[in-house]
Design a protein around this ligand. Sequence first.
Ligand SMILES: NC(=O)c1ccc[n+]([C@@H]2O[C@H](COP(=O)([O-])OP(=O)(O)OC[C@H]3O[C@@H](n4cnc5c(N)ncnc54)[C@H](OP(=O)(O)O)[C@@H]3O)[C@@H](O)[C@H]2O)c1
Length: 272
Amino acid sequence: MGRINSFKDLGCLVTGASAGIGREIALLLAAEGARLVLTARRGDRLRALAQACLAAGAPAAYALPYDLADPSVPDELAQMAENHLGHVDVLINNAGFAEPGLFHLTDRSRLMNMLQVNVAASVALAYRLLPGMVERDHGALLNVASMAGFQAAPYTSAYGGTKAFLLNWSDGLHQEYKETGIAISALCPGVTDTEFFEAAGYRNLTGFLSKRMPAKPVAQAGLDALRRGRMEVVPGALNAFSIFMERFVPRPWVAAVSRRLMGGRPFPTRKR
Ligand SMILES: NC(=O)c1ccc[n+]([C@@H]2O[C@H](COP(=O)([O-])OP(=O)(O)OC[C@H]3O[C@@H](n4cnc5c(N)ncnc54)[C@H](OP(=O)(O)O)[C@@H]3O)[C@@H](O)[C@H]2O)c1
């Protein structure tokens, strides 16, 4: 089973590194002495983070701003990452966002970009970078899915669908590459304190969405999953327990509870 004993000197590509969970993953990798390529759209943030990573112990950290909603970007980004790192040992597919609301009222172009960023870009990057890992029989792929990937996610259904894809795809890859030296894990966070809800356009958050886990332990759980060769991890004891219990409840019941939990949340205020 693939496991990562140490991230020291490994070449790591982190998507969505300008904020939240991706930023914390980058800083944790830096503290372990990994060499980093950091990507997202906001170049100023990436450059500041690259400096912070160097100060934290990374021997090298490069900021490569890209918009993953552009279908031509993953191949170019993979090539640029290889040019900077020699080769990519670790791919962290973390970039993602949601387009919440009643489905027919959501913004079509944001929906399509969401499918591209959350799903297609993750698949394209892995498709481009896994062959090198297979050849070296060493490497890691962390796919940041979500607790929303385990069941229907009413009022953010398409986003939930992207996370269900990532989770199932990642679990499948974990099994396919089990006999190799490549660790493949899905990180499935619950509600986490990042810019995610702001980016999705929520005005304020109530109920379970206001009780957020800090991003650092979530990031740590993802890297620990690669270290332990785990197929998936749900950070937070209560989150893990609720996902465990879900399997004993019929799917329509779970979906109905999910609807009650999400219904009545303040809807995004972004202009349509
Ligand atoms: N926060 C939660 O409650 C939660 C729960 C479960 C799963 N997740 C997942 O965790 C991952 C990280 O999200 P987060 O919570 O850390 O949210 P966040 O703070 O909003 O960070 C999202 C990251 O994705 C990047 N991104 C968004 N659109 C992009 C694009 N078109 N091209 C390139 N990069 C793009 C953003 O950078 P730029 O804006 O600079 O491009 C940012 O770095 C996501 O996949 C999310 O679905 C989050």
